[in-house]
Design a protein around this ligand. Structure first.
Ligand code: NOJ
Length: 476
């Protein structure tokens, strides 16, 4: 098979999330989420003081979204469900029928147009009443998440065959770590992140086991968590630096993946060791990393049908006392390498080969599971002739193909972030990731294809990277 061809049956899709595109933040019985609360009470934490109150107005314009997905030729659409739109109190005692109706329309519209729904249950917009009970630091949220999952499987499981429980647990933890501005913006660095991840992992497993017990046999769907898996490369090579980078991989990526996908289960041994050591050094009487019971290790281990990762960039590391990082206690500093261009988002350095390395690391660590790239994308400051985005996609896809053909990684699909420009969290509308431009000054939020949308049409239609896009890219 040509090095530029995708395997037969390879799936292409595009992604969005509820808070970033839906708008209608308080319509038809929707409850308040932690992002609604944050942008209304602290608009200053958002770069352009904007909000997702209207965003792309997909709540009213979802048919436009289906149309543009079809125009490109995507096989699936990855979108998320807003928990407070479905359960306004967060609890399953009150189901908002208008919310169920909206998602039924979207799901049915996609299927009618030959596009598979790929559904994220939680993409960061926690119902505020659950935050008032402690948010993800409260272990009992696992009960409420299981109840929410039951409502979803019951209402949508007859048609939804691909489920993601949580999008990027590490970014959820970020809302409790550094004072960066991510909701709920409760900086409890060094403690909060660990508690949050613990509840999220248990919640994931509870939803997975519920599905397995009561729904899988009839509904026949597949489930995964979505882990952010950027690559971590030592800045200068030595055995010590490689060991430190590997520790960082385990503490950033293995933190989420090891408990679910490794044969042993539980947190990575080096992470347990390191957090315990650093806790002792700081005078704590116990490790700040919570521990799983034996039963919990077993419940979480193996709670997967495939492995979904978001990948954007590579961080270059060196050993040293960290300033503030998403993962405390690692003693590895993350920097960028001046040789690579940076997108509009300051953290997004364009390093295509990092994708290949990340896929290989996952295959080796977790015994070659089927991998879905659930997000990959590039931000700029606008413009329809988005050649830098096109270069990004072509070069990352080439590395993905090397992972498939040369390294035999089992990659089943690829998802573009994002279908259209949208509310980019604390960057507001300043960083644009879309294949489609959205006119945020137009009440109709007109969507217009960028050049990259056309490139994807061609890739999907031919199931390969067409030769015309390969010119002069051999140096990358
Ligand atoms: C990952 C997140 O899932 C998504 O919500 C975000 O917009 C993109 N990364 C780009 O930052």
């Amino acid at each position: 098979m040509s090095a530029f061809r995708f395997p037969p049956g390879f799936l292409f899709g595009a992604a969005t999330s509820a808070y970033q595109v839906e708008g209608a933040w308080n319509e038809d019985g929707k409850g308040e989420s932690i992002w609604d609360r944050l942008v209304h009470q602290h608009p200053d934490v958002i770069n352009d003081q904007s909000s997702g109150d209207v965003a792309c107005n997909s709540y009213h314009l979802y048919q436009e979204d289906i149309k543009i997905l079809k125009d490109v030729g995507f096989h699936f659409y990855r979108f998320s469900l807003s928990w407070p739109r479905i359960l306004p109190t967060g609890h399953a005692n009150v189901v908002n029928e208008a919310g169920i109706h909206y998602y039924n329309n979207l799901i049915n519209g996609l299927i009618a147009n030959g596009i598979q729904p790929v559904v994220t249950m939680f993409h960061w917009d926690l119902p505020q009443p659950l935050q008032d009970l402690g948010g993800w630091t409260n272990p009992l949220l696992a009960n409420y998440f299981e109840d929410y999952a039951r409502v979803l499987f019951t209402n949508f499981g007859d048609r939804v065959k691909w489920w993601y429980t949580f999008n990027e647990p590490k970014s959820i933890a970020l809302g409790y770590g550094m004072p960066l501005g991510f909701a709920p913006n409760i900086p409890t660095h060094g403690h909060g992140e660990y508690l949050v991840m613990h509840t999220v992992l248990l919640s994931h497993a509870r939803a997975y086991r519920l599905y397995e017990r009561e729904f899988k046999e009839t509904q026949k769907g597949k489930m995964s968590i979505v882990a952010l898996c950027n690559w971590i490369e030592p800045k200068t090579y030595s055995e010590e630096e490689e060991a430190a980078a590997e520790r960082a991989r385990q503490m950033h990526n293995g933190w989420i993946l090891h408990p679910i996908y490794s044969t042993a289960g539980d947190y990575p041994p080096v992470m347990k060791e390191w957090v315990a050591k650093k806790s002792r050094e700081k005078g704590y009487l116990r490790s700040r990393l919570p521990s799983f019971t034996k039963e919990e290790v077993e419940m979480v281990r193996g709670a997967w049908d495939f492995l979904a990762v978001n990948h954007y960039t590579t961080f270059f590391t060196y050993q040293g006392k960290e300033g503030v990082s998403i993962v405390p206690d690692c003693d590895v500093c993350m920097t960028q390498d001046d040789n690579y261009p940076v997108a509009a988002s300051f953290w997004l350095q364009v390093v295509p080969w990092g994708l290949r390395k990340a896929l290989n690391w996952i295959a080796k660590e977790y015994d070659s599971p089927p991998i879905m790239v659930a997000e990959n994308g590039f931000s700029d400051h606008g413009g329809l002739n988005d050649t830098a985005r096109i270069d990004f996609f072509i070069n990352y896809l080439r590395e993905l193909l090397k992972a498939i053909h040369d390294d035999h990684c089992h990659v089943i699909g690829y998802t573009v972030w994002s279908l259209m420009d949208n509310f980019e969290w604390i960057s507001g509308y300043t960083d644009n990731f879309g294949l489609y431009h959205v006119d945020f000054n137009d009440p109709n939020r007109k969507r217009t294809a960028k050049k990259s949308a056309r490139v994807f049409s061609e890739i999907i239609r031919s199931n390969e990277i067409p030769a015309e896009f390969l010119v002069n890219k051999s140096s990358l």
